[in-house]
Design a protein around this ligand. Structure first.
Ligand code: ATP
Ligand code: MG
Length: 385
């Protein structure tokens, strides 16, 4: 049984709770478990009272769906009361509480996600999840088409878990249902789709899942024009597991339009925009060229571009190491330095400052403030004659 700090306190307060979902699955495959969710047959109010009586903090973070976050030893654990679906419309579900573990498991998406475990490590597996996990099968709990119609996000979730756990051929029933019902993903909110795309791209090797998304016509719906083979190249080169870098490899086309469509954060949009530009040094470049590149771009951005537009192998690794080891050159003059030299404020001062920076860049960013000032004075004097 896995044990994270705080888990014992939760179990002391809520002995009938079980660990559920991803934590059980990842424990069984031996993946590190960072996040443990619990389920409980007790109603949320009782969960909250019990946790507080045991001296734990209990926050009703998702009371609408029966979730209390219990904080123990600085770590938050979501404890959700067992539920059963009353109505579903493809995007939202109306649920009611139950104390039936099997019923709660049957509304979960895949057999590998529907297991639960008690404190002593006993795993409850109502739908053959353990066997599917061992065989690398991502299979819906129940009839695939019905489960997708209840919630179209499950189409994308299928590929998330396929990317992480699948071996061999995908489940034929799931694939057929996804092809038949794929248009339903259009009804999902932009935030849910984008967050699911990132989770797919977080898998160590998402290429097989993305190829399956191409075959089922789902990729064209969510990322029209994406080029999976370019991403395959990045993965084969040993590029970092970085969803946004991988997104850049897939090629979103027009970044602004893409960012607007999926409501990327400003930070994500700015980074993607930088990644889509190709300027970067090459392994044979000398330090002056690298300094010039670093004067206008962060090292991390150049390293990212080297993965996208450069290559693998010792010479590219060497370039990345050099970039990360070099200090970023900073142009040593500002407008006020030129004013102090007697250059009158105005457009001419701005132009001279930019020229000076150009001269500094051309020289490999080695001129210090003194040398830059001398160049400015000389250039200003020449212009006056
Ligand atoms: P991860 O390691 O990616 O977080 P996870 O299994 O914890 O994987 P979550 O999205 O965090 O996945 O969801 C937790 C659990 O809730 C799942 O394991 C599954 O049992 C259930 N679940 C979540 N979303 C759905 C859904 N749309 N339909 C059915 N069950 C779901
Ligand atoms: Mg999770």
């Amino acid at each position: 049984m896995i044990s994270l700090p705080g888990m014992d306190r939760v179990w002391d307060a809520l002995p009938e709770a079980r660990m559920v979902g991803g934590a059980v699955r990842d424990m069984l495959v031996g993946c590190p478990v960072a996040d443990v969710d619990f389920a409980s047959p007790l109603p949320p109010e009782t969960v909250m009272q019990r946790a507080r009586a045991a001296g734990l903090k209990a926050v009703p973070t998702g009371l609408a769906h029966g979730t209390i976050t219990v904080v123990a030893e600085g770590r938050g654990f979501e404890v959700t009361t067992l539920r059963r679906d009353v109505a579903t419309d493809g995007r939202h579900a109306v649920v009611e509480y139950t104390d039936d573990w099997r019923e709660d498991a049957s509304r979960r998406d895949f057999t590998i996600n529907a297991m639960s475990a008690i404190r002593n490590g006993t795993v409850y597996d109502y739908f053959g999840g353990r066997e599917d996990l061992a065989a690398g099968r991502v299979r819906f709990v129940g009839e695939a088409a019905r489960r997708i119609r209840e919630d179209y996000l499950r189409v994308l979730r299928f590929f998330r878990f396929y990317a992480r756990y699948a071996q061999g051929e995908p489940d034929a029933e799931a694939v057929a249902a996804i092809i038949a019902l794929r248009e339903g993903v259009r009804s999902l909110s932009a935030e849910r789709v984008w967050s699911e795309i990132k989770l797919i791209l977080k898998a160590t090797d998402p290429v097989a899942a993305l190829r399956l998304m191409v075959q089922t016509g789902v990729l064209e719906l969510v990322l029209p024009g994406a080029d999976v083979e370019r991403l395959a190249l990045l993965v084969a080169r040993g590029g970092p597991v970085d969803p946004l870098l991988r997104m850049a490899a897939l090629g979103p086309g027009n970044v602004a339009a893409f960012a607007g469509k999926w409501r990327l954060s400003r930070g994500e949009e700015a980074r993607l925009d930088k990644l889509m530009r190709r300027e970067m040094p090459h392994p044979e470049d000398d330090d002056a060229v690298l300094r010039r590149a670093l004067a206008v771009n962060e090292a991390a951005v150049l390293v990212d571009r080297s993965w996208l537009y450069g290559g693998a192998g010792p010479e590219w690794d060497g370039l990345r190491t050099r970039l990360l080891g070099m200090a970023r050159p900073v142009f040593p003059l500002q407008g006020r330095d030129l004013a102090a030299l007697g250059i009158p404020p105005g457009p001419r001062l701005g132009a001279l400052l930019r020229e000076a920076q150009g001269w500094w860049l051309d020289g490999g960013c080695v001129a210090d403030a003194e040398a830059c000032r001398a160049w400015v004075l000389e250039t200003a004097a020449k212009a006056d004659t």
